[in-house]
Each structure stands twice: as C-alpha cells, then as structure tokens.
Design a binder for this molecule. Sequence first.
Ligand SMILES: *[C@@H]1O[C@H](CO)[C@@H](O)[C@H](O)[C@H]1NC(C)=O
Ligand SMILES: *[C@@H]1O[C@H](CO)[C@@H](O)[C@H](O)[C@H]1NC(C)=O
Ligand SMILES: *[C@@H]1O[C@H](CO)[C@@H](O)[C@H](O)[C@H]1NC(C)=O
Ligand SMILES: *[C@@H]1O[C@H](CO)[C@@H](O)[C@H](O)[C@H]1NC(C)=O
Length: 412
Amino acid sequence: MKPGLLKSRRSSAGDEEEGSGGSGGLPTATRKEWCWSLGILLKFVAALLILMAGVLIGLAASASLSCYYVEGSGKQGEARRGDGGGGEGGSRCRDDGCGAALSFQRFVQPHPPWGHSMKDEELFWRASMAPRVEEYPYQRVPKVAFLFLTRGPLPFAPLWERFFHGHEGLYSVYVHALPEYRLNVSSSSPFHGRQIPSGDVSWGSITLVDAEKRLLANALLDFSNERFVLASESCVPVFNFPTVYEYLVNSAQSYVESYNIDVPQCAGRYNPRMAPDVLEEQWRKGSEWFEMSRDLAADIVADRKYHAIFRKHCTPSCYPDEHYIPTYLHLRHGARNANRTVTWVDWSRGGPHPARFGKATVTPAFVQAIRNNGTRCAYNGKPTTVCYLFARKFAPSALGPLLNMSTTLLEF
Ligand SMILES: *[C@@H]1O[C@H](CO)[C@@H](O)[C@H](O)[C@H]1NC(C)=O
Ligand SMILES: *[C@@H]1O[C@H](CO)[C@@H](O)[C@H](O)[C@H]1NC(C)=O
Ligand SMILES: *[C@@H]1O[C@H](CO)[C@@H](O)[C@H](O)[C@H]1NC(C)=O
Ligand SMILES: *[C@@H]1O[C@H](CO)[C@@H](O)[C@H](O)[C@H]1NC(C)=O
C-alpha cells in the first residue's frame, strides 16, 4: 500500500508541478529543482502517513468503544431480566465476544475469583468510590454482604449454607482467612471461591482492623451490596434469611455497638495523644462484630487519618478493633448509628472472653431466648423484640443441635 500511495501522490504532485511550471513558461525543471520538490513531496507523504495512522488508531478505538456500549446495554437488559428471576448475575459476562473490553456488568459486579491483584492501598482507593448519580442505570437489587473473618475453618458453614439456600442474588459472601489457609468446600457451597486476598492478622492489633477494611473493600466493589455484616467462625444466624434481609435492607440505621463508660476497659484506654483529633469525650467502645450500610462502609474504607492515629496511639491494652470503628462513626455519622449490635453474645460471666456455647447448652429454649427474651430495642424508631439476628460464640459441637432445630425453630 505504501509504495503505491507514494507513487500516486508523487505523480499527482508532479502533474501539479508541471502545470505550475507550464504557467511560469519554463519548459524544463533543473535537476536541483527536481530534488527540492521531491524533498517537499516526501515530507508531505510522511505527514499524510502519520495522519492515516492516526485515523486508523481512532477507528480501532471507536470500534472497541462501541463494543463496550453494545455490551453494556446488552448486559443491562439481561440483568433486568435475570434479577426478576432471582438474579444470578455476573457469570453471563464471561461469554461475551468483547474480550478484555470494559463491561458495565463487570464494573458494577466484579466476578470472582478476585479479578484484582490490588494492594490494600489501591483496593481501598478503588472501593471508596461512590456514584454521584442517585439512581442506578440498571435494576439494582440490594444485597447483604456477609463478611467472614476467620483464622481457618468455618465449622458452621453447613448451617449458613442452609440459611442462604434459595436466596441467591440477595446476598454475597466474602471470607478473610489467614493467607496460607485454603477453604475446602464443595463447588455448590455459597462459600466456594469466596476467599479474598488476605493478610496476616494478629488479634488485638490494628491488623485486625485492616482485615475488616479488606473485607469491606472487596464487598464494596460489588455495587449491589448494600448492607455489610461482619461474622466470625463462631457466629450463627438465629433468624431465617428473609427476616434478616428485610430487617437490614429496610433499616435506616447501622448496627455498630458504641458506648463510653468510665471504667479502665473503656474510657481508661483513651490516649490523650489522640487529641485534638479524638477528644476524651469522643472516645467510644463497641463489639467488633458490626453491621453497617454501604455509605458508612465506604467512608470507613476511605479513612486514613484516624486509622493512622489509632495505629500509633491505640496499642495494648488498647485494642483498635474495639474502638476504631465505634469512635470513627461517632465522630462522622453518630446519628446514623443505632449504637447497638445485632450479634448476641454473653458477657455475663465476666472476664476477658465471652461465654462459649457447646452441644450441652444449645437447646431450642436457649436459642429462643436469644431470638426474643422479652427485652425491647428500637428499630427505625419503634420498639421491637427482635434485637439480635446473629449470635456468638458457639463451639463446633453446637452444629448438630443447631442443624436439628434449623427447620423447626429457625425456619430455614
Ligand atoms: C476437601 O474436602 C474433601 C471432602 O471433605 C476431601 O475429600 C478432600 O481431601 C479435601 N481436600 C483438601 C485439600 O483438604
Ligand atoms: C447513637 O449515638 C449517637 C452519638 O454518637 C447519637 O447521635 C445517636 O442519636 C445515637 N443513636 C440512637 C439510636 O440512640
Ligand atoms: C435478655 O438479653 C439481654 C442481652 O443479652 C440481657 O441484657 C437481658 O438481661 C436479658 N433479659 C432477660 C429477661 O433475660
Ligand atoms: C437431633 O434430633 C434427633 C431427634 O429429635 C435426636 O435423636 C438427635 O440426637 C439430635 N441430634 C443432635 C446432634 O442433637
């Protein structure tokens, strides 16, 4: 193509030259003039080639762009149809013809296994992004993200599997285990392929908060996740999925325990070096097992300032996992927090660890008392007896009795 083009350009330019030569009344061009005009010609041709290359690149780019748009709108339509039928989401976008082109569906609902190799800093930055357009350009069905923070095995996985069964499209599961641990579950399990890239965690240090932020951030990448529950390996659900889902998705508030009492284990852990960013009266404590809304989760993932303060000034016997999130939310979103937890635990025996319940204690009457023991709490400003949706700490031996009462008492 190049030589031909060169030739045709040369001849047409030559005709022009001859014509202008003719009008000037000089019949023959000297050799010097010929070389000079050839130089001009080559420059012209080079410029033309660059221009054409530019046009070609432009065409290629617009082709992949239109591919993106076509794919994006196509997936939207599918998502709309899919969600009506219970929405199994993302898996369809793997079969598209657009290869690596950015798809809308893949953007709002990244498909695991984790298509990212982001470092924490990159992940938190990416996850902290929130749309400014209030309406979603697709049929968004809010999901509850269950964030499991564990060292290794999940002894209650069979109970959770029953809990989740039949509610696909309304929940997502994320597991943060120690980096060397590989969760071994069947491919049909909701836990399958849900282990996120993790980091080392030493209990009681800021690394525990980092793991929580990592779970939140991974879950935030899926724009359908609206509520975020942190659960441990000893945590179990005490209501069925529809009850939990309705309770959380329709809640105006988040459930992060937050209080300040004048005892050494609470107010006594405040470090005056945190002032003036965190004042003594702003100091809060609460259980690390939180439940929160999307915007609060994004704000926590985005925070670097208070995280740095807690890393520096909250060291044993101050435990960041019990203070950082309650204090941060008190400072930034106090009014949005119910200040109570939806995860039941029994501290009544005293000491540094809560009571742990095994096979012998876990009877239907015991679980019924967690579901409703007559105590009332506020839900969206109205009193209710449903205060706890989850409970801890259960020993692996409690699995049998819990599975036994799952269809009757727990109704799942
Ligand atoms: C995973 O679990 C299955 C079934 O319990 C077992 O057969 C298999 O050996 C396990 N794999 C690993 C790597 O532990
Ligand atoms: C929770 O505490 C905040 C202060 O951090 C307060 O503004 C808010 O009203 C409390 N929420 C409830 C439900 O009492
Ligand atoms: C109900 O449970 C709450 C929280 O564990 C506890 O504070 C309260 O004393 C219990 N009430 C009864 C009547 O057992
Ligand atoms: C489950 O219930 C059955 C029948 O009530 C009982 O025989 C069995 O021992 C129970 N299993 C456990 C692990 O509690």
